[in-house]
Ligand binder design. Structure first.
Ligand SMILES: [Cu+2]
Length: 101
């Protein structure tokens, strides 16, 4: 019985701890990527859905017209390199636009 109480207290503490940990915006960054190889709007969609599935990615906007993608992600979970690698993996050529100047 004492054991059960101990565990209950333990879980209450864990509960409080995770409550304090608000989803921090500090790690969220927004990058623009240049993407080559998109020829129609379904290309946009396939890149969007591919990136949106990644853990940490919060917002994806792909434009075939401008050949660019805007991605908002949690930098502690996923990196720009990872995004580029994922886009490359499905047959497009992506590169970082923001760090290219
Ligand atoms: Cu297409």
């Amino acid at each position: 019985m004492r054991f059960v109480v101990f565990f209950l207290i333990f879980f209450v503490f864990i509960g409080c701890g995770s409550e304090k940990k608000e989803p921090s915006k500090a790690n969220v960054v927004k990058v623009s990527l240049k993407i080559e190889g998109m020829v129609c709007s379904s290309c946009e969609k396939s890149i969007e859905s591919k990136l949106a599935k990644l853990d940490g990615v919060q917002l994806v906007e792909v434009s075939q017209e401008s050949g660019e993608a805007e991605v908002e992600f949690d930098a502690s979970k996923v990196s720009e390199e990872r995004l580029i690698a994922e886009i490359d993996a499905i047959g497009y050529k992506a590169c970082a636009k923001t760090t290219q100047r």
